[in-house]
Design a protein around this ligand. Structure first.
Ligand SMILES: *[C@@H]1O[C@H](CO)[C@@H](O)[C@H](O)[C@H]1NC(C)=O
Ligand SMILES: *[C@@H]1O[C@H](CO)[C@@H](O)[C@H](O)[C@H]1NC(C)=O
Length: 283
């Protein structure tokens, strides 16, 4: 529609400048002898030029406004946002959530002292991690993955949010290591890996929600409050996707079956899918 409109306005400008347009405009003037052809021709030319200039100005303004409003805020200075394929991309939805403090009387189950109930709550956050992909989906992953026992419907992935939550649970258990069974304690290598995974996840998300300071009457001082409103990805929806794909019966031995590439379980074609958005293309 935009292009059609642009063409139309360009055509009207061409009419005013092309010799053919002059011939068309002169014909009625020759039959009508009462007016001087040149001044009539000039006034029509002026009108056509004015309309053409007006249309072009309107078009450019409209294009500039729509270009500015269509660009996502995060790419204000950049016309491009890189995106990568994920089989769960379609499940990404946003909502507003007020964070909890994890202190005083605002203590969700996850932040309470260790117990069977707390352990179960944490395990429920990440136990559905291994998800099954079909070969076609696996082929679109930017990094290749492996098919359990060479089965085309059993390419295994897990969404990083569940891996990151598993890592945080590991750190939580480590911080209560007097409570937990000595045999279940993670190695220092695993702890380092988990700190790195969570650090990168936080930096990757770079949450710019402002944490605020508010006056505390009892303490007689301003204190930092992070129980503020955030724009969040809907975790429940992503968890639901993972539940539907859950490879529940996966066993340790399943990872010890090697299937050669090229026998139905070839490593997927690694490809980076970059999408470039550009909302106003000038001809
Ligand atoms: C666009 O993004 C790149 C990195 O993604 C950055 O180096 C560059 O400065 C950005 N351009 C502008 C105009 O902000
Ligand atoms: C994933 O892909 C990136 C980019 O090609 C590459 O640098 C990285 O080593 C890959 N990792 C794995 C585990 O395949």
């Amino acid at each position: 529609m935009l292009l059609a409109f642009h063409k139309e306005s360009r055509q009207s400008r061409y009419h005013s400048l092309s010799p053919n347009a002059h011939v068309e405009l002169e014909e009625p003037l020759l039959e009508d002898g009462t007016r001087r052809p040149t001044s009539r021709r000039h006034s029509i030319l002026a009108t056509v030029t004015f309309v053409s200039v007006f249309l072009n100005f309107f078009l450019l303004t409209w294009c500039a406004i729509s270009w500015a409003s269509l660009r996502p805020p995060s790419s204000r200075d950049n016309a491009t946002i890189p995106t990568l394929y994920s089989p769960a991309n379609s499940e990404v939805a946003y909502n507003l959530q007020t964070f909890t403090r994890g202190a005083e009387d605002d203590l969700p189950i996850y932040e309470r002292p260790p117990s069977d109930e707390v352990d179960k709550a944490w395990f429920d956050l990440h136990r559905i991690a291994p998800s099954a992909l079909h070969e076609d989906e696996a082929a679109m992953l930017p990094n290749s993955t492996w098919a359990v026992k060479g089965n085309r419907d059993q390419y295994i992935v897990s969404l990083d949010v569940f891996h990151q939550l598993h890592c945080l649970d590991t750190l939580r258990q480590y911080s209560h290591r007097n409570y937990y069974d000595q045999t279940r304690q993670p190695s220092i290598e695993h702890i380092r890996h988990c700190i790195g995974a969570i650090r990168q996840a936080l930096m990757c998300a770079s949450d710019v929600t402002p944490v605020v300071w508010q006056w505390n009457i009892e303490k007689k001082k301003a204190e930092e409050r992070d129980d503020v409103v955030h724009v969040c990805r809907d975790f429940g929806r992503i968890r639901q996707w993972a539940e539907g794909r859950w490879m529940e019966s996966l066993k340790k031995e399943d990872f010890e079956v090697y299937a050669l590439p090229g026998e139905g379980v070839s490593a997927s074609q690694s490809a980076l899918f970059m999408s470039y958005t550009s909302s106003c293309i000038y001809p």
